[in-house]
Write a protein that binds this ligand. Structure first.
Ligand code: AMP
Ligand code: MG
Length: 190
């Protein structure tokens, strides 16, 4: 049987990776395997080899054409992965020149997802999570601007549904409720 392709998105610091890891653990206990893929890591691998950037958080400031090339190559490589695939990425990327679509037509054509999940939570919770994470160079932005980004992601997700016929699912990853959000994600993936 053909594998399922699920794309998981959410603004930086919303806790996507944490929810994904918890959900995949639950699924594994039920005998369901997903390959977990980080889109940004595929892009970064190429960008670092080409000596374009030194850390992954520099990629969103690159020239738009360069980001597109990295994005295209990542999508082509990820499309080759067989089985059930869960792709951790962004509905839109906040660049110095505005929002960049994370899943434009040339990416969607490669990936053709069954489901796009939007992981969301309150803007002030995201702000606090970013402030307490020193492993990444997260954008310094206020709650209003985080709210705008989350709203924009919902809007652009509607366009992705139109282009692919995929379903769009919002999951709230609230403070102290990881158990709830990861259970919800596991159910979506099942
Ligand atoms: P992440 O680790 O998920 O925050 O991703 C790191 C970086 O990878 C992001 O800040 C973006 O520059 C880049 N990236 C990830 N997914 C995409 C995408 N679908 N389109 C463009 N850039 C992306
Ligand atoms: Mg992440």
């Amino acid at each position: 049987m053909e594998g399922k392709k699920v794309i998981i998105t959410g603004v930086p610091g919303v806790g996507k990776t944490t929810v994904v890891n918890e959900a995949l653990k639950k699924l594994q206990e039920q005998g369901i395997e997903y390959k977990s893929i980080n889109f940004g890591s595929f892009m970064f691998e190429v960008a670092r080899n080409d000596k374009i950037v030194e850390n992954r958080d520099q990629m969103r400031t690159l020239d738009r054409a360069v980001q597109k090339r990295l994005q295209q190559r990542a999508a082509q490589a990820i499309a080759q992965v067989p089985g059930n695939v869960l792709i951790d990425t962004h509905a839109s990327v906040k660049t110095p020149k505005g929002y960049l679509a994370g899943l434009p037509e040339w990416v969607l054509r490669e990936l053709m997802p069954d489901i796009i999940v939007l992981v969301e939570t309150d803007d002030d919770q995201i702000l606090m999570r970013r402030l307490s994470d020193d492993t990444r160079s997260r954008d310094k932005e206020g709650a209003r601007s985080i709210a705008e980004h989350q709203q924009f992601n919902r809007s652009i997700a509607a366009a992705y549904a139109m282009m692919t016929g995929c379903t769009i699912r919002m999951i709230t990853n609230a403070d102290f409720l990881l158990e709830r959000s990861s259970t919800e994600l596991a159910e979506v993936l099942r």
